[in-house]
Design a binder for this molecule. Structure first.
Ligand code: FAD
Length: 652
């Protein structure tokens, strides 16, 4: 038996426990200081009212979380090891607790709300999806709009033409705003752009990495070409009731043990002779095991590394963790639930308050919850539940000087926070003109337990991926023998700090542990999300690009080559065909020269000019005012890209 101690009972820690407990040969113990499991994803019940740390959504690309949900029985008494490994029939598993939603209702003050497609399910729906972003260019004239769309489109084209394996090196050092060259866009667009990343995760365009945000954005669109994937899903009840509690109960049934309270809190790691000797808990217990997993969020992980004096001498991953600037790495994004004495007449799904002061997004819960969760609330007079994420609540998201909206720092209670948020939400109107929310209808509220407004401490700060973070994140397998990392902070295929990130990181750790300690057991499957889910035509485009990078020896040279190829259009293909026939010496000198340089023109201008020519062609077709049939246009564009890739590949 291999003894495995997992510190941290959030999604990552529970995933590791699940993967090991459903295979033979592991004795698994999960250590968690809190009374409840689930970490940031747990619900928080007070006086019978279900609060959440923040509402939960599950986009179609969450392959790892969905896999785990299929393998948890709704009824723990039905737990079977084989089924926990292979999966239960849908109706018997907690995956049946998810409900697909189609659209987001976007609110702007002084405007009727707009129902926007949340995630397209076909290439044809991409047009409808893009219409949802019209508000970004609201107030600009037609030519400015085209210019802005073209500018952003070109940048996106450059990003997605770069193969996933090269993107971290190229783009993680840049913020989204820097990568998009936002300073050259009209002020109003710059301001609106900031709110888009906030709707996805508490990232901000100035502070969040272009690499993380743009990868996640493309994954979000995957159902447009992977039709078997759902758009987006939300839970049919409180997260803990529908998912975490059945999960923990089924893990117990599989033999997993749990240590909670002070015995569950890791305070120090003792490393001797290159391996873990013990973990010292707050209770003073010294826990020993064959395998130790740290499934801790970034803050507690840093504290543990520092308190244990782990340094480069033990492994190269420790110094970057110890040196992280946590104030920059994390955000105070937090959940607030409003319990109402009347139903909200909106729609099942997301609400996005595009110009709200504190970056508010929400879900109106009761329309999607199962009766068993709605009924007890109705009996207490609660007929509506608005679950809000406050993504930016200490400063002005629009960066005005002086700040137009600044949460008074002297706020010390949840009541004051509630009053400020309710005031903001009450300013939005339904299509009928009636206010979305009447202040008087709020009968109770819940602010996340982990936020202490008086001391301004957030005990569950969320990673927000500032530029340069990727290279500082540790891999699942550490340099110390027997020590593994899990949690959304670990380098994982989802990248973005989400439940999917945590779950895939947990699977990475479990895979490494199984390979080492139970090589005959079934492998733990980890998806390369980007490689698997990016559209096939983009893959082809990238393969051409990869070939070019190899042939020319650097990304910069390859970028210039693409620019020149695109700029020259059909003549380029003629030239390439001629080149293929040319003597090897000529081809060689062409490569060595790093491609022809246009006289009197800087390389940067060449690049910009070339990309903008192509982009103009693409975007004129995609721009909402001109396109007729997005499917045909995209097909044409993708054909062209395929030709370019083929030509580039032929250069080698
Ligand atoms: C407001 C909000 C809304 C969100 N909404 C979504 C969403 O809709 N969809 C989505 O996918 N993601 C969402 N996220 C992100 C998601 O919740 C997290 O990325 C994910 O839950 C992280 O899981 P984890 O296991 O890595 O870490 P955590 O959830 O932080 O779990 C870590 C566990 O470790 C424990 N721990 C801490 N210190 C120690 C110690 N010293 N010893 C032992 N244990 C310790 C903690 O108590 C905790 O239980 C949201 C986050 C926030 C803040």
């Amino acid at each position: 038996m291999t003894t495995v101690r997992i510190f941290g009972g959030g999604i990552a820690g529970l995933t590791v426990a699940h993967e090991l407990a459903c295979r033979e040969g592991f004795e698994v113990i999960v250590h968690e200081p809190r009374a409840d499991f689930g970490g940031k994803a747990r619900s928080q019940f007070h006086g019978g009212l279900p609060g959440e740390h923040g509402f939960r959504f599950f986009p179609g690309w969450y392959l790892h979380v969905t896999d785990v949900l299929r393998r948890i029985p709704r009824d723990a008494a039905a737990t079977q090891r084989e089924r926990s490994l292979r999966g239960y029939p849908e109706a018997e598993s907690v995956v049946s607790r998810l409900r697909e939603v189609r659209s987001t209702l976007t609110f702007n003050r002084d405007q009727a709300p707009q129902s926007v497609l949340q995630i397209p399910k076909s290439i044809g729906e991409i047009g409808e999806f893009l219409q949802g972003f019209q508000w970004l260019v609201e107030g600009l004239d037609a030519s400015q709009r085209l210019q802005v769309l073209q500018h952003i489109g070109l940048k996106l084209f450059l990003f997605y033409s770069t193969p996933p394996w090269l993107r971290a090196a190229r783009f993680d050092q840049l913020s989204l705003a820097e990568f998009l060259g936002a300073e050259s866009l009209p002020k109003a667009v710059q301001q609106s752009l900031k709110t888009v990343p906030r709707a996805l995760v508490a990232m901000d365009a100035d502070g969040g990495s272009a690499h993380t945000f743009l990868n996640a954005s493309l994954l979000n669109l995957a159902p447009a070409w992977r039709h078997e994937l759902p758009r987006d899903r939300i839970l049919r009840g409180p997260t803990s009731r529908t998912w975490i509690e059945p999960w923990v109960a089924s893990l117990r049934a599989l033999g997993v043990r749990f240590e909670q309270g002070d015995a569950g809190q890791a305070e120090r790691l003792i490393v001797e002779n290159g391996q873990v000797a013990a973990v010292v808990a707050r209770s003073g217990a010294r826990w020993q095991a064959d395998v130790t997993v740290l499934a801790l969020p970034v803050g507690p992980l840093q504290k543990l590394v520092r308190d244990s004096a782990l340094s480069a001498a033990q492994g190269e991953e420790f110094a970057p963790i110890a040196q992280l600037d946590l104030a920059r790495q994390t955000s105070e994004m937090v959940g607030l639930q409003l319990f109402l004495d009347q139903p909200l007449t909106t729609q099942p799904g997301h609400l996005f308050f595009a110009d709200s002061q504190y970056g508010l997004t929400a879900i109106s819960q009761l329309e999607v919850w199962d009766d068993e969760f709605v009924q007890p609330l109705a009996e207490r007079g609660v007929r509506g539940l608005l679950s809000i994420d406050i993504t930016q609540w200490r400063s002005d998201p629009f960066g005005g000087h002086p700040p137009r909206f600044k949460l008074p720092i002297e706020i010390e209670t949840g009541d004051e926070l509630r009053a400020l948020v309710v005031k903001q939400v009450s300013e939005y109107r339904l299509a009928s003109g009636a206010p979305l929310l009447q202040e008087a209808s709020v009968v109770a509220h819940h602010v996340d337990d982990d936020i202490d407004l008086a001391s301004e401490e957030n005990r569950s700060a969320l990673l927000v991926h500032p530029p340069g973070t990727w290279s500082r994140r540790p891999p699942a397998k550490s340099s110390v023998a027997g020590l593994f990392f899990a949690s959304d902070f670990v380098k994982n295929p989802a990248d973005l700090a989400t439940m999917e990130g945590a779950c895939s990181a947990g699977k990475l750790a479990a895979r490494a542990i199984v390979e080492l300690h139970a090589p005959a057991a079934p492998e733990v499957r980890v998806h390369e999300l980007l490689e698997e889910l990016e559209p096939p035509w983009l893959r082809e485009q990238q393969h051409g690009f990869e070939a070019l990078v190899q042939a020319l020896g650097s990304f910069e040279r390859a970028s210039r080559a693409v620019d020149l190829l695109l700029d020259a259009g059909d003549e380029t293909f003629e030239a390439l065909r001629a080149l293929e026939r040319a003597p090897e010496r000529l081809a060689e000198s062409f490569r060595v020269a790093g491609l022809v340089r246009l006289p009197g023109v800087s390389l940067l201008s060449q690049l910009q000019h070339g990309i903008s020519k192509l982009g103009a062609r693409v975007l004129r077709r995609l721009a909402p005012s001109t396109y007729r049939s997005p499917e045909t246009d995209l097909e044409r564009v993708s054909k062209r890209l395929r030709r370019v890739s083929a030509a580039l590949a032929a250069i080698r």
